[in-house]
Design a protein. Sequence first.
Length: 291
Amino acid sequence: MDPRCEELSNVSYANFGLSLFILIGILVSYLPQHIRIIRLRSSYGLSPYFVLLGTTSGTCAFANILVLPKSRVDVACCRDVESFPCVAGMLGIAQVGVQWSCFTVILLLFLIFFPRTSNPLTDDQDDPPKDDLAPSYRTALTVTAISVLHAVVIAILSFWFVYARPEHAQGWANFLGIFSTVLASIQYFPQIYTTFRLKRVGSLSIPMMCIQTPGSFVWAASLAARLGSEGWSAWGVYVVTGCLQGTLLVMGSYFEIMHRRREKKELQSRMAAASGDTVATEQTPLLRSDD
Protein backbone atom coordinates (compact mmCIF):
# COMPACT_ATOMS: atom_id res chain seq x y z
CA MET A 1 0.00 0.00 0.00
CA ASP A 2 1.15 3.51 -0.78
CA PRO A 3 2.60 5.33 2.27
CA ARG A 4 0.06 8.11 1.82
CA CYS A 5 -2.77 5.55 1.82
CA GLU A 6 -1.41 4.02 5.01
CA GLU A 7 -1.38 7.48 6.55
CA LEU A 8 -5.01 8.01 5.55
CA SER A 9 -6.03 4.64 6.96
CA ASN A 10 -4.88 5.80 10.41
CA VAL A 11 -7.66 8.31 11.00
CA SER A 12 -7.10 11.08 13.52
CA TYR A 13 -10.48 11.33 15.21
CA ALA A 14 -9.70 14.79 16.56
CA ASN A 15 -8.86 16.07 13.08
CA PHE A 16 -11.90 14.26 11.65
CA GLY A 17 -14.19 15.87 14.22
CA LEU A 18 -12.74 19.31 13.55
CA SER A 19 -13.00 18.88 9.77
CA LEU A 20 -16.61 17.69 10.02
CA PHE A 21 -17.44 20.60 12.33
CA ILE A 22 -15.95 23.04 9.81
CA LEU A 23 -17.86 21.42 6.94
CA ILE A 24 -21.17 21.81 8.76
CA GLY A 25 -20.17 25.30 9.87
CA ILE A 26 -19.51 26.39 6.29
CA LEU A 27 -22.96 25.24 5.22
CA VAL A 28 -24.69 26.81 8.23
CA SER A 29 -22.78 30.09 7.87
CA TYR A 30 -24.16 30.75 4.38
CA LEU A 31 -27.76 29.99 5.29
CA PRO A 32 -28.40 33.42 6.92
CA GLN A 33 -27.33 35.11 3.68
CA HIS A 34 -29.53 32.89 1.53
CA ILE A 35 -32.48 33.34 3.87
CA ARG A 36 -32.06 37.12 4.10
CA ILE A 37 -32.10 37.61 0.31
CA ILE A 38 -35.11 35.32 -0.07
CA ARG A 39 -36.99 36.92 2.85
CA LEU A 40 -36.38 40.46 1.60
CA ARG A 41 -36.92 39.33 -2.00
CA SER A 42 -34.13 41.70 -2.94
CA SER A 43 -30.36 41.56 -3.34
CA TYR A 44 -30.10 45.33 -2.85
CA GLY A 45 -26.89 46.26 -1.06
CA LEU A 46 -24.81 43.44 -2.55
CA SER A 47 -22.10 44.67 -4.88
CA PRO A 48 -22.17 42.80 -8.23
CA TYR A 49 -18.38 42.89 -8.28
CA PHE A 50 -18.25 41.35 -4.81
CA VAL A 51 -20.45 38.52 -6.10
CA LEU A 52 -18.35 38.14 -9.27
CA LEU A 53 -15.01 38.08 -7.47
CA GLY A 54 -16.33 35.76 -4.76
CA THR A 55 -17.70 33.26 -7.28
CA THR A 56 -14.59 33.22 -9.46
CA SER A 57 -12.33 33.03 -6.40
CA GLY A 58 -14.32 30.07 -5.09
CA THR A 59 -14.11 28.36 -8.48
CA CYS A 60 -10.32 28.73 -8.53
CA ALA A 61 -10.05 27.49 -4.93
CA PHE A 62 -12.18 24.41 -5.68
CA ALA A 63 -10.21 23.64 -8.84
CA ASN A 64 -6.98 24.18 -6.91
CA ILE A 65 -7.68 21.54 -4.30
CA LEU A 66 -8.98 19.10 -6.94
CA VAL A 67 -5.86 19.49 -9.10
CA LEU A 68 -3.33 19.30 -6.25
CA PRO A 69 -1.38 16.03 -6.69
CA LYS A 70 -1.70 15.32 -2.98
CA SER A 71 -5.49 15.58 -3.19
CA ARG A 72 -5.60 13.27 -6.21
CA VAL A 73 -3.49 10.74 -4.32
CA ASP A 74 -6.01 10.90 -1.48
CA VAL A 75 -8.84 10.25 -3.93
CA ALA A 76 -6.97 7.31 -5.45
CA CYS A 77 -6.39 5.84 -1.99
CA CYS A 78 -10.14 5.35 -1.59
CA ARG A 79 -9.72 2.18 -3.68
CA ASP A 80 -7.33 0.73 -1.10
CA VAL A 81 -8.70 1.91 2.24
CA GLU A 82 -12.01 1.38 4.01
CA SER A 83 -14.98 3.70 3.65
CA PHE A 84 -14.50 5.67 6.87
CA PRO A 85 -10.84 6.61 6.22
CA CYS A 86 -11.83 7.52 2.67
CA VAL A 87 -14.60 9.85 3.85
CA ALA A 88 -12.28 11.38 6.46
CA GLY A 89 -9.64 12.00 3.80
CA MET A 90 -12.13 13.69 1.47
CA LEU A 91 -13.41 16.22 4.02
CA GLY A 92 -10.87 18.85 2.98
CA ILE A 93 -12.07 18.67 -0.62
CA ALA A 94 -15.70 18.62 0.53
CA GLN A 95 -15.18 21.78 2.59
CA VAL A 96 -13.97 23.78 -0.40
CA GLY A 97 -16.67 22.27 -2.62
CA VAL A 98 -19.45 23.21 -0.21
CA GLN A 99 -18.08 26.74 0.10
CA TRP A 100 -18.04 27.11 -3.69
CA SER A 101 -21.57 25.69 -3.98
CA CYS A 102 -22.95 28.04 -1.30
CA PHE A 103 -21.46 31.11 -2.95
CA THR A 104 -22.82 29.97 -6.30
CA VAL A 105 -26.27 29.95 -4.68
CA ILE A 106 -25.66 33.58 -3.65
CA LEU A 107 -24.87 34.35 -7.30
CA LEU A 108 -28.16 32.81 -8.41
CA LEU A 109 -30.16 34.59 -5.70
CA PHE A 110 -28.42 37.86 -6.56
CA LEU A 111 -29.65 37.54 -10.14
CA ILE A 112 -33.13 36.23 -9.33
CA PHE A 113 -33.91 38.90 -6.73
CA PHE A 114 -32.02 41.76 -8.36
CA PRO A 115 -34.08 44.95 -7.71
CA ARG A 116 -35.17 45.90 -11.23
CA THR A 117 -38.11 47.94 -9.92
CA SER A 118 -39.07 49.50 -6.63
CA ASN A 119 -40.57 46.77 -4.48
CA PRO A 120 -42.80 47.24 -1.44
CA LEU A 121 -40.53 47.69 1.55
CA THR A 122 -40.56 45.68 4.73
CA ASP A 123 -39.38 46.81 8.12
CA ASP A 124 -35.96 45.26 7.54
CA GLN A 125 -35.54 46.20 3.90
CA ASP A 126 -33.52 49.17 2.76
CA ASP A 127 -34.70 51.75 0.28
CA PRO A 128 -34.00 50.68 -3.28
CA PRO A 129 -31.13 52.49 -4.96
CA LYS A 130 -32.17 55.76 -6.57
CA ASP A 131 -28.82 57.17 -7.71
CA ASP A 132 -27.06 56.81 -11.01
CA LEU A 133 -24.34 54.66 -9.43
CA ALA A 134 -26.76 51.80 -8.73
CA PRO A 135 -25.92 48.70 -10.84
CA SER A 136 -28.27 47.77 -13.66
CA TYR A 137 -29.90 44.42 -14.34
CA ARG A 138 -27.63 44.10 -17.36
CA THR A 139 -24.68 44.26 -14.97
CA ALA A 140 -26.17 41.38 -12.96
CA LEU A 141 -26.59 39.33 -16.15
CA THR A 142 -23.01 40.10 -17.20
CA VAL A 143 -21.68 39.03 -13.79
CA THR A 144 -23.54 35.73 -14.03
CA ALA A 145 -22.36 35.08 -17.60
CA ILE A 146 -18.72 35.80 -16.73
CA SER A 147 -18.90 33.53 -13.68
CA VAL A 148 -20.29 30.62 -15.71
CA LEU A 149 -17.78 31.12 -18.55
CA HIS A 150 -14.92 31.32 -16.06
CA ALA A 151 -15.98 28.06 -14.41
CA VAL A 152 -16.15 26.28 -17.78
CA VAL A 153 -12.70 27.52 -18.85
CA ILE A 154 -11.11 26.57 -15.50
CA ALA A 155 -12.68 23.09 -15.67
CA ILE A 156 -11.41 22.47 -19.21
CA LEU A 157 -7.88 23.64 -18.41
CA SER A 158 -7.78 21.63 -15.18
CA PHE A 159 -8.79 18.42 -16.98
CA TRP A 160 -6.12 19.10 -19.59
CA PHE A 161 -3.35 19.58 -17.02
CA VAL A 162 -4.37 16.53 -14.97
CA TYR A 163 -4.68 14.08 -17.86
CA ALA A 164 -2.47 15.55 -20.61
CA ARG A 165 0.27 17.34 -18.64
CA PRO A 166 0.30 15.78 -15.16
CA GLU A 167 3.88 16.91 -14.57
CA HIS A 168 2.62 20.51 -14.59
CA ALA A 169 -0.41 19.86 -12.38
CA GLN A 170 1.30 21.20 -9.24
CA GLY A 171 2.24 24.39 -11.06
CA TRP A 172 -1.32 24.83 -12.36
CA ALA A 173 -2.68 24.21 -8.86
CA ASN A 174 -0.32 26.84 -7.47
CA PHE A 175 -1.44 29.29 -10.15
CA LEU A 176 -5.09 28.64 -9.28
CA GLY A 177 -4.32 29.12 -5.61
CA ILE A 178 -2.50 32.40 -6.21
CA PHE A 179 -5.24 33.62 -8.56
CA SER A 180 -7.88 32.66 -6.00
CA THR A 181 -5.97 34.52 -3.29
CA VAL A 182 -5.66 37.63 -5.46
CA LEU A 183 -9.39 37.57 -6.28
CA ALA A 184 -10.28 36.97 -2.63
CA SER A 185 -7.96 39.80 -1.58
CA ILE A 186 -9.81 42.33 -3.74
CA GLN A 187 -13.24 40.66 -3.42
CA TYR A 188 -14.29 42.61 -0.36
CA PHE A 189 -13.19 46.05 -1.53
CA PRO A 190 -16.22 46.59 -3.85
CA GLN A 191 -18.54 45.45 -1.05
CA ILE A 192 -16.76 47.62 1.51
CA TYR A 193 -17.16 50.59 -0.85
CA THR A 194 -20.84 49.79 -1.51
CA THR A 195 -21.60 49.41 2.20
CA PHE A 196 -19.72 52.62 3.01
CA ARG A 197 -21.62 54.56 0.32
CA LEU A 198 -25.03 53.22 1.36
CA LYS A 199 -24.27 53.49 5.08
CA ARG A 200 -26.31 50.25 5.38
CA VAL A 201 -25.65 46.55 4.87
CA GLY A 202 -28.74 46.10 2.70
CA SER A 203 -29.30 42.41 2.04
CA LEU A 204 -25.80 41.53 3.24
CA SER A 205 -26.09 39.26 6.27
CA ILE A 206 -24.24 40.27 9.43
CA PRO A 207 -24.83 36.86 11.12
CA MET A 208 -23.11 35.21 8.15
CA MET A 209 -20.05 37.40 8.63
CA CYS A 210 -20.07 36.81 12.39
CA ILE A 211 -19.76 33.08 11.74
CA GLN A 212 -17.39 33.22 8.79
CA THR A 213 -14.84 35.72 10.07
CA PRO A 214 -13.45 33.53 12.88
CA GLY A 215 -14.34 30.42 10.89
CA SER A 216 -11.98 31.43 8.07
CA PHE A 217 -8.98 31.20 10.38
CA VAL A 218 -10.11 27.87 11.85
CA TRP A 219 -10.66 26.51 8.34
CA ALA A 220 -7.22 27.72 7.20
CA ALA A 221 -5.61 25.99 10.18
CA SER A 222 -7.45 22.75 9.41
CA LEU A 223 -6.39 22.76 5.75
CA ALA A 224 -2.83 23.65 6.71
CA ALA A 225 -2.69 20.67 9.07
CA ARG A 226 -4.02 18.40 6.32
CA LEU A 227 -2.06 19.70 3.32
CA GLY A 228 1.07 21.06 4.98
CA SER A 229 3.24 23.83 3.58
CA GLU A 230 2.88 22.43 0.05
CA GLY A 231 -0.81 23.30 0.17
CA TRP A 232 -0.23 26.95 1.13
CA SER A 233 -2.06 28.01 -2.01
CA ALA A 234 -5.19 26.21 -0.75
CA TRP A 235 -5.34 27.54 2.81
CA GLY A 236 -3.69 30.95 2.39
CA VAL A 237 -6.77 32.39 0.72
CA TYR A 238 -8.86 31.87 3.85
CA VAL A 239 -6.42 33.83 6.01
CA VAL A 240 -6.76 36.79 3.63
CA THR A 241 -10.55 36.60 3.40
CA GLY A 242 -10.88 36.34 7.17
CA CYS A 243 -9.06 39.64 7.65
CA LEU A 244 -11.04 41.49 4.97
CA GLN A 245 -14.39 40.06 6.03
CA GLY A 246 -13.66 41.15 9.58
CA THR A 247 -13.19 44.70 8.31
CA LEU A 248 -16.54 44.57 6.50
CA LEU A 249 -18.21 43.10 9.59
CA VAL A 250 -17.03 45.95 11.82
CA MET A 251 -18.12 48.57 9.29
CA GLY A 252 -21.52 47.00 8.65
CA SER A 253 -22.22 46.54 12.35
CA TYR A 254 -21.37 50.19 13.03
CA PHE A 255 -23.70 51.45 10.29
CA GLU A 256 -26.54 49.21 11.48
CA ILE A 257 -26.15 50.37 15.08
CA MET A 258 -26.18 54.02 13.98
CA HIS A 259 -29.20 53.39 11.75
CA ARG A 260 -31.15 51.78 14.60
CA ARG A 261 -30.36 54.75 16.83
CA ARG A 262 -31.59 57.20 14.19
CA GLU A 263 -34.76 55.16 13.73
CA LYS A 264 -35.35 55.21 17.49
CA LYS A 265 -34.91 58.99 17.64
CA GLU A 266 -37.23 59.51 14.67
CA LEU A 267 -39.85 57.27 16.28
CA GLN A 268 -39.65 59.22 19.53
CA SER A 269 -40.02 62.48 17.58
CA ARG A 270 -43.10 61.22 15.74
CA MET A 271 -44.67 59.96 18.96
CA ALA A 272 -44.03 63.30 20.65
CA ALA A 273 -45.50 65.20 17.70
CA ALA A 274 -48.56 62.95 17.64
CA SER A 275 -49.20 63.58 21.33
CA GLY A 276 -48.89 67.34 20.84
CA ASP A 277 -45.62 67.69 22.71
CA THR A 278 -42.79 69.77 21.36
CA VAL A 279 -39.45 68.07 21.03
CA ALA A 280 -36.83 70.06 22.89
CA THR A 281 -33.93 71.36 20.81
CA GLU A 282 -31.11 73.83 21.38
CA GLN A 283 -33.41 76.62 20.15
CA THR A 284 -36.27 75.74 22.52
CA PRO A 285 -36.64 78.54 25.14
CA LEU A 286 -36.21 77.52 28.74
CA LEU A 287 -39.30 79.53 29.77
CA ARG A 288 -42.44 79.75 27.67
CA SER A 289 -45.42 81.99 28.35
CA ASP A 290 -48.90 80.60 27.96
CA ASP A 291 -51.00 82.88 25.73
